[in-house]
Design a protein around this ligand. Structure first.
Ligand code: GAL
Length: 656
């Protein structure tokens, strides 16, 4: 089987004469998989209960005749106008009480029984009609669940929220306890008194807000499961996916990933952002990790510019290829785009396509064709795994909670994780992401950026990992609350305080600069230094920290915190645990990570990393991607390899 190559194909936007040309050009471009029908509900069911499949039959037959496989969508992401017209209660409502109208997409309340009933009927009809179509390779459920509407605050959602809470807590007394409703006279006498956290005079109860995030993710997941179960019943042998969106806050992908047969992801790094290659790599590593290391599909990317940024940079020649190889190197078995043919009407007509407005005599098409040709020769990569010695702990409960209102200081959760990831990426150390309940035993080192919400079991798991010989690096704002958003019993960090040999007395976040300001002026009080690191600067955080047995590797210098520990290390059982009370500047972080990784025995892919060159091992190959516009020279196992500007190489290391 080849590496899948293709994209979203929306033939309903074109007259039928164009479809033949589409198939011909797809063949020329090396396309093997087309995602069809993502936004076809209105065409498939033009009036309630009246289905029109004739046109889709012809599309699928044409693709099949051309040797192109189909990832067939269930078309439920954009209800046709007749639906909310007949059943206005399906329209979603924002926290401010605004009803979202028809005329774009995703205008449905995930809890709506009407939406679910009509979606289920459509999915059944599609499954019955195409379940045995010879072109069918994969089912594509809905599209980017939650992308535009991750939360709905309408009355239907309110009712569903109450049911969800009843199932979670059993009694309203238990809910009161969990939410700490003794505060501000919030005690509920009955579940009926609970509402979604709609616009309020001031801060929402943190437990209420956290549970609404969990509920909203679960409601969308229920929509997915409903469709998945219908498809599975009709075609037990056809794999099912729904496209994720990398670090997307709206839904907890750890819970979702268990429910799909193949993880797939949509990814649109900004060509104008110098951090995009590293951030893109982080997303790929998350996506691979969601599927427990199984190969995944890059379901959507842009061949060049998107249309939804303030200014939409075109991809410079070679960037699309580089980012595609990055995905392959990090475990993808498919490289797809949004979309095949660039639209001439509608809200996405300025979004690039594989086949641009300007046709085939274009840099975009030439690159599409070139990549198609290259992928056809990379079968050997398919199905292989990406080894990683390091894990980064990532948790949606912590993300939701740490970014709530009324916290000690703003911490952008993903950017914080990215600050650590970027340094690993720079030194060509591959990382997996793990959930708080993951088995960590196969990792040499684990990094825990601000695990704000942690159950006692999760903290005990981290402690056990260290005692058994693991190397653990924990940052500030970890173990602050339990799963009910209550301050951790026994003090911040819980049992991890013993693991780390420290005690957090009080938080003292500096007044900026924030993460974006790594080049900004140091803020008094966040300088730190010690034997390991001299002249460090911390951003984002500082605190009053005591060592209770840990070695102090660096202390804050100057200001109120002068002399208080900033970075510590502690032996525990067979392992060692570091605590970092600030976000070190890149040089200081580099020194710290070098120490941690060498203590953990982690080897990078390249002994001498080259700035701007990404290296990752997959199976018996090493993927090199030069993300810079200049030639680069890389030494691997004693041999030098020259990479063209934005060039790539896949080196066979079999036997080495
Ligand atoms: C995705 C979506 C596609 C298209 C694309 C544009 O979010 O799934 O349908 O809108 O973005 O970048």
């Amino acid at each position: 089987m080849p590496i899948w190559y293709g994209g979203d194909y929306n033939p309903e936007q074109w007259p039928e004469e164009v479809w033949e040309e589409d198939v011909r050009l797809m063949q020329r471009g090396g396309i093997t998989l087309a995602t069809v029908g993502v936004f076809s509900w209105a065409r498939l069911e033009p009036r309630e209960g009246e289905f029109d499949f004739g046109w889709l039959d012809r599309v699928l037959d044409g693709l099949h005749a051309g040797g192109i496989r189909v990832d067939l969508a269930t078309a439920t992401a954009s209800p046709p106008p007749w639906l909310p017209h007949a059943y206005p209660e399906v329209l979603p409502v924002t926290a401010d009480g605004v009803t979202l109208s028809v005329g774009s997409r995703q205008h449905y309340c995930p809890s709506s029984p009407v939406y679910r009933r009509l979606a289920a009927r459509l999915v059944s009809a599609i499954a019955e009609r195409y379940g045995s179509h010879p072109a069918l390779e994969l089912w594509h459920v809905n599209n980017e669940y939650g992308c535009h509407v991750a939360h709905c605050y309408c009355d239907v959602s309110a009712k569903a929220f109450r049911e969800w809470l009843r199932a979670r807590y059993g009694s309203v007394e238990r809910l009161n306890e969990a939410w700490g409703t003794a505060f501000w006279s919030q005690q509920y006498g009955d579940f009926a008194e609970v509402y979604p956290p709609r616009a309020m005079p001031t801060f929402t109860n943190p437990g209420h807000a956290l549970d609404f995030d969990r509920f909203s993710s679960d409601e969308l997941l229920d929509c997915y499961r409903m469709e998945r179960d219908i498809l599975r019943e009709v075609t037990p042998e056809v794999p099912i996916t729904t496209n994720f969106m990398g670090f997307f806050k709206g839904v907890d992908y750890w819970r979702w990933a268990k429910e799909v047969d193949v993880v797939s992801d949509d990814s649109y790094p900004d060509p104008a952002d110098p951090d995009s290659p590293a951030y893109g790599a982080m997303v790929r590593d998350l996506v691979r990790s969601l599927g427990a290391g199984r190969p995944w599909i890059l379901m959507e990317q842009a061949s060049s510019a998107v249309n939804w940024r303030r200014r939409n940079a075109a991809k410079p020649a070679g960037m699309n290829r580089g980012l595609s190889y990055q995905a392959l190197g990090r475990g993808a078995d498919g490289i797809l785009y949004f979309q095949w043919r660039q639209s001439v009407a509608g809200a996405e007509k300025f979004h690039s396509g594989m086949l641009p407005h300007s046709g085939t005599e274009t840099k975009t098409w030439r690159e599409i064709e070139q990549l198609g040709g290259e992928l056809a020769g990379l079968d050997r990569v398919r199905g292989t795994r990406v080894p990683a010695d390091v894990a980064i702990l990532f948790d949606w409960d912590s993300w939701w909670s740490i970014e709530q209102e009324a916290t000690p200081g703003e911490i952008p959760y993903v950017q914080h994780a990215f600050a650590w990831y970027r340094e690993l990426h720079r030194r060509t150390v591959t990382a997996d992401f793990v959930s708080p309940s993951a088995d960590l035993s196969r990792y040499r080192a684990v990094i825990v950026p601000s695990l704000f919400v942690a159950t006692a079991e999760a903290l005990a798991g981290l402690d056990a990992y260290v005692r058994a010989g693991g190397r653990l690096l924990v940052t500030f704002q970890t173990g602050i609350t339990d799963q009910d958003a209550h301050i951790t019993e026994g003090g911040y960090l819980g049992v991890l305080a013993e693991t780390l040999g420290v005690r957090v007395e009080e938080f003292a976040p500096p007044a900026g600069p924030d993460l974006a300001g790594t080049g900004g002026a140091p803020v008094p009080g966040t300088a730190f230094g010690g034997e390991l690191i001299r002249g460090g600067t911390g951003t984002l955080w500082s605190e009053y920290l005591h060592s209770e047995g840990a070695d102090v590797l660096a202390s804050f210098e100057g200001g109120e915190l002068d002399g208080w520990p900033a970075i510590t290390a502690n032996r525990r059982g067979e392992g060692r645990a570091w605590y970092v009370a600030t976000l070190p500047d890149p040089d200081a972080m580099a020194a710290l990570l070098d120490a941690v990784l060498s203590d953990a025995g982690v080897s990078p892919v390249l002994a001498q990393p080259v700035e701007g060159v990404e290296a990752v091992r997959r199976g018996d190959s090493v993927f090199l991607v030069n993300h810079t516009p200049a030639e680069a020279r890389v030494t691997l196992n004693g041999a030098e390899h020259v990479l063209e500007p934005r060039g790539v190489a896949v080196l066979d290391i079999d036997g080495l």
